[in-house]
Ligand binder design. Sequence first.
Ligand code: NAD
Length: 349
Amino acid sequence: HYFETIAEMGHEQVVFCHDKASGYRGIIAIHDTTLGPALGGCRFWNYASEEAAIVDALRLSRGMTYKNAVAGLNLGGGKSVIIGDNKTTNREMLFRAHGRFVDSLGGRYVTAEDVGTTVEDMDFVHMETKHVTGIGSKSGDPSSVTAHGVFRAIQASACQKWGSDSLEGRTIAIQGLGHVGYYLAKELHAAGAKLIVTDIDAGRIKRVVDEMSATAVALDEIYRAKADIFTPCALGGVINDDTIPQLNVEIVAGAANNQLLEDRHGDALEARGILYAPDYVANAGGVINVYSELTGWSRERSLRKADEIYQTVLSVFRLAKDTGIPTYKAADRVAEQRIQAVRGMIKTW
Ligand code: NAD
């Protein structure tokens, strides 16, 4: 019942693509283009079934609509998946095929890197279409913009919880010190916060301990660390039945995607009185950086846009409080309100 499913989920278009010569089998899902072209990465994965691939494309493309809308960007939501072994060396033919299908949509969908795809793959896509971002010649590392946005989300959460956005003397437990985690740790340290950190990579821990006098803990100790804020910057699904009872903090705000294992874990945080800054609002710096590539914004302008995440997070908290819903649901409402407002404008023109 795919028509029923996409009608229910709100998708505009789902395209099945096949290229015999390269063996390319791809699905491009365009969820909503009210705000602009549908932007979202291309995931290359050996899905257990075709249905799993379709469900992933539908779910991820809808997620991009919300992320782009809340970030205040003139972009809709889309996503593509390629079914197959992402270790294949047959990349040029495969990604040029992807590029031709993307091009056939005339700019309604803009593709980018995602799980299983690389900058080099996007360079192949670029041989066939201009509707691609994250290509080698243009893209900069988005992590510092993402980290800055998360920093602003943390400040907004502090303001909401404690009436001041100062992080001076606050203790922050960071899980994951990779690209985003490291930049974020630097900003938090500069703001006077004390850091408790963990990572699976000892070298990354040492760098932060040496440079920022952070305290290192074992991987599974980060959840029960006595701190003011827990900041997930590694994996998804870390807010779950197992970890929520361990948390010893008042705020959860970080960069990782899909922090809540299931929606109900957002309700469970709320029930424990822990304020949750919804992940896709906090980490929108990544997509802001992509947008800057499309529009030619400077890094300064991207950072200014990421600054606005502070106000966006506060508006999510305000809506949650006013309507008595958990913050993760309020984020979706903020996105829906923006899309509805723009739809209204289109009608009156
Ligand atoms: P990264 O791979 O550079 O860093 C992740 C870090 O987490 C690594 O240092 C890794 O060793 C560590 N890690 C892995 N498993 C761990 C575990 N079990 N416990 C503790 N540490 C562990 O990735 P990144 O680019 O810094 O992104 C971090 C998160 O933020 C991801 O969830 C990503 O999807 C999300 N995100 C990133 C961006 C961006 O601009 N890079 C944008 C939006 C969202």
